[in-house]
Ligand binder design. Structure first.
Ligand code: NDP
Length: 248
């Protein structure tokens, strides 16, 4: 097992759900964290809590992952003690709506494609060259069962997660010959704010999603991410598909 103590781990979408749980587990193991999201007050609270509990070294970055210029400028301005990023966890993502493709909203499509695909690409393009030149690094992308199976009305969200799967596979091919690892962690249903966001804050509709099954917890997914990152350096776990026992 590789220790992540003092390693620099950047997590996008760290203000809730899987990203927040991932920050917890890496902080507990002594990693230095860069936490990224739009809701700065959530990031600040999390950083404060982790600092109190684990004396963690944390840098927060309030930004929208759809904004390439902001990403480039925030990364260029990182304090030097945070600049040599060892682990990039591309987790920020969302689904909007659950509509038939021919009735869907252009705005929802753009939000999903720009966040789930382009945001992930921007961080990857900006951070991986440093990993290659330093001769170490690991990229973890949050895919989904939705990238493996297209479900009714899932159309564009499923397409974004199929794109994440292809990008993870492509990046792994492109990094052959370097020690930089690439993992795609692809969960089934996880109970987070995801369902509220999907239905634009309609809590009742959001909660219905979890009826009749026991979903994964964000901590279940964070455990798997941590497991993948802490394998021996010659081991690359390319893809993990993890499902609630009772989800088909
Ligand atoms: P949450 O809604 O709890 O978390 C999503 C995170 O992404 C938040 O921190 C949010 O922060 C951030 N985010 C969204 N849009 C942007 C943006 N434009 N710029 C910066 N940050 C953004 O959902 P989950 O934890 O469930 O989702 C995490 C990942 O897991 C996503 O990629 C999702 O697709 C994937 N996933 C989720 C599943 C589930 O059932 N929940 C199943 C399979 C995969 P903020 O709003 O503060 O910017």
């Amino acid at each position: 097992m590789v220790s992540v103590r003092h390693q620099i781990v950047l997590i996008t979408g760290a203000s809730s759900g899987i990203g927040e749980a991932t920050a917890q587990i890496f902080a507990q193991a002594g990693a230095k964290l860069i936490l990224v999201a739009r809701r700065q007050e959530r990031l600040a609270q999390l950083a404060d809590d982790l600092n109190k509990e684990f004396a963690s070294d944390i840098h927060t970055m309030q930004l929208d992952v759809r904004d390439r210029t902001s990403i480039e400028s925030a990364l260029a301005q990182l304090p030097s003690e945070f600049s040599a990023i060892d682990v990039l966890i591309n987790n920020a993502g969302l689904s909007r709506g659950l509509d038939k493709l021919y009735q869907g909203s252009y705005q929802d499509w753009e939000e999903m494609i720009d966040t789930n695909v382009k945001g992930l690409l921007y961080f990857t393009r900006a951070i991986v060259p440093g990993m290659v030149s330093r001769g170490r690094g690991h990229v973890v992308n949050l895919g989904s069962i939705a990238g493996h199976q297209t479900y009714p009305n899932g159309n564009v969200y499923c397409a974004t997660k199929a794109a994440v799967k292809a990008i993870s596979e492509g990046l792994k091919q492109d990094l052959l010959g370097t020690p930089v690892r690439v993992t795609s962690v692809d969960p089934g249903m996880v109970e987070t704010e995801f369902s509220q966001v999907r239905f634009h804050g309609d809590t009742e509709r959001g909660n219905q999603v979890y009826q009749g099954l026991k979903p994964l917890t964000p901590e279940d997914v964070a455990d798997v991410i941590f497991f993948c990152v802490t394998r021996s350096p010659h081991v690359n776990i390319s893809e993990v598909l993890m499902m609630p026992v009772d989800q088909s």
